[in-house]
Design a protein around this ligand. Structure first.
Ligand code: C2O
Ligand code: CU
Length: 490
């Protein structure tokens, strides 16, 4: 049956055969891809750009006439895309219209710990919270999502997530596709469980957490995207709670990767696939010919199969999915050439490492043998010094590792230099079993002995189970203050 649908879907569009993946093809791309609206903002008297986000419950029709309960910001599913420019000061006025506490965390953002939206910045029902900070990092695709300890998986799975795009002058000067929703398109990929009728239901659960057997992209099932430019930039965000993807094109053309979590790579990289574990982002360029159709897919890769796959055994025992069909118009607007050099990324000087720390991702959702305790500071970091974090996944299953406040570089993976797609700025990495990652990072600007940031596995169920720790960034010679319990801010 799957093969038949593939034949129908591709009939008459000039693509020979269903592509290299045999297990996909269930999807016939009936719905235009929803594009999250760009968030409106105002600029107040002192120049701060002000956004508003309201977390609320609502309903969504994933299938016509079939109603599912979902959560969203300013709507019933996901949230608007926030966009800001380097150098701007931003404030987000958050209100919580849910009937339980939540938080809003700015994933990938460099900002003071009090503004971070981690588990210490809970927003009670009917309460509000207005973090503000200066955007001082390069152009990048970031995102926001709740982070209430023990509830993060559920809150994200319910639909609370959105993109946060940062621009800067350098990125604008490159002439990359930048018309939001037209040739610069957010692609928020999540897995989900659905009943036969199309009502959202709890996904199967495995060791990784909840693993749905269908995808939604920007909340749309089986979406297509019509484009009218010959060059399109897709901002891929894996906002799944547990599932890792290996994004590839149905006709096996290379995936042209230009940016990782923290911004542009030095040069684009042509890849067989881009692997994204939960929380990771990638910007890719797609060149299309008039009238062409090509499908973004996620394929089973050796690293993913045998790791996440058998645990979930969803999607007919495969991790392969159709994600999004791109349909090019009959005539296309030409695009300027993309510069070969996209960015300059200076390496950290290893001789300046002030502190080396080890993080062992172990069994029982522990890091360094400990489970998350909101009242315990695990690490104290001196502001503006170079840190080397050695992250070892000593388990036989994959985890991910995310650090708040910072973009880091991967210095080595099991002693070897990282591949080019992992050589840029990262805030989240997929860690393979029994593998060691050497990360270099510098926590700049914001010392606060009273408020910690988090590091954790971004498989959200693992995080909820306690696979998380806390670090405080302090002035030289300062000690972190022991905190007790969670602060509830109103
Ligand atoms: Cu995207 Cu601490 O999380
Ligand atoms: Cu994990």
């Amino acid at each position: 049956a799957a093969g038949g649908l593939v034949a129908i879907a591709f009939a008459g569009c000039g693509i020979a055969g269903p592509g290299p993946i045999s297990t996909v093809g269930e999807v016939d791309f009936e719905t235009p891809l929803a594009i999250p609206p760009l968030a409106e903002s105002t600029v107040d008297a002192d120049g701060t750009r002000v956004f508003a986000l309201d977390a609320r419950a609502g309903t969504t029709q994933f299938a016509p006439g079939v109603v599912s309960d979902t959560w969203g910001f300013n709507g019933s599913l996901l949230g608007p895309t926030l966009a800001a420019e380097r150098g701007e000061r931003v404030r987000v006025d958050i209100t919580n219209s849910l009937d339980e506490p939540t938080t809003v965390h700015w994933h990938g953002m460099h900002l003071p710990a009090e503004m971070d939206g981690g588990p210490h910045q809970m927003v009670a029902p009917d309460a509000s919270w207005s973090p503000e900070w200066d955007i001082d990092q390069q152009a990048a695709t970031l995102w926001y999502h709740p982070h209430p300890h023990g509830e993060t998986e559920q809150h994200v799975a319910n639909g609370l997530a959105g993109m946060f795009i940062l621009h800067d002058e350098h990125e604008r000067s490159l002439g990359l596709p930048s018309e939001y929703g037209v040739d610069d398109v957010p692609v928020i990929v999540q897995d989900s469980g659905f009943s036969a009728a199309g009502e959202r239901e709890d996904p199967q659960r495995g060791y990784a957490g909840g693993l749905g057997d269908e995808l939604i992209v920007n909340g749309t099932r089986a979406p297509y995207l019509e484009v009218s430019d010959e060059l399109v930039r897709l901002r891929l965000l894996n906002a799944s709670t547990a599932r890792t993807f290996a994004f590839t094109w149905s006709d096996a053309r290379p995936v042209e990767l230009i940016a990782s979590d923290g911004g542009l790579l030095e040069a684009s990289v042509a890849l067989d696939h881009v692997r994204l574990s939960p929380g990771e982002r990638a910007e890719v360029l797609l060149r299309v010919a008039p009238g062409e159709r090509v499908v973004l897919q996620s394929k089973t890769t050796p690293e993913v199969a045998g790791l996440v796959g058998p645990v979930a055994d969803t999607n007919g025992g495969s991790d392969a999915f159709d994600v999004l069909e791109v349909r090019a118009a009959g005539t296309l607007d030409p695009a300027p050439a993309v510069p070969t050099r996209l960015n300059v990324i200076d390496d950290f000087d290893l001789e300046q490492v002030a502190m080396t720390r080890r993080f062992e991702l172990g069994d029982s959702f522990e890091i360094n043998g400990a489970s998350m305790d909101l009242g315990r500071i695990d690490e104290t970091v001196t502001v503006d010094t170079l840190e080397r974090w050695i992250v070892e996944n000593s388990t036989s299953l994959p985890h991910s590792f995310h650090v708040h406040d910072v973009q880091f570089r991967i210095a080595s993976i099991d002693g070897a230099a990282p591949p080019p797609e992992l050589a840029g700025w990262k805030d989240t990495i997929f860690t393979e079993p029994e593998t060691e990652y050497e990360l270099l990072m510098r926590f700049e600007d914001y010392a606060d002995a009273d408020t910690p940031y988090m590091y954790h596995c971004h498989l959200l169920w693992h995080e909820d189970q306690g696979m998380m720790g806390q670090f405080a960034v302090v002035e030289p010679g300062q000690h972190a203050t022991m905190i007790e319990g969670t602060h509830h801010e109103h």
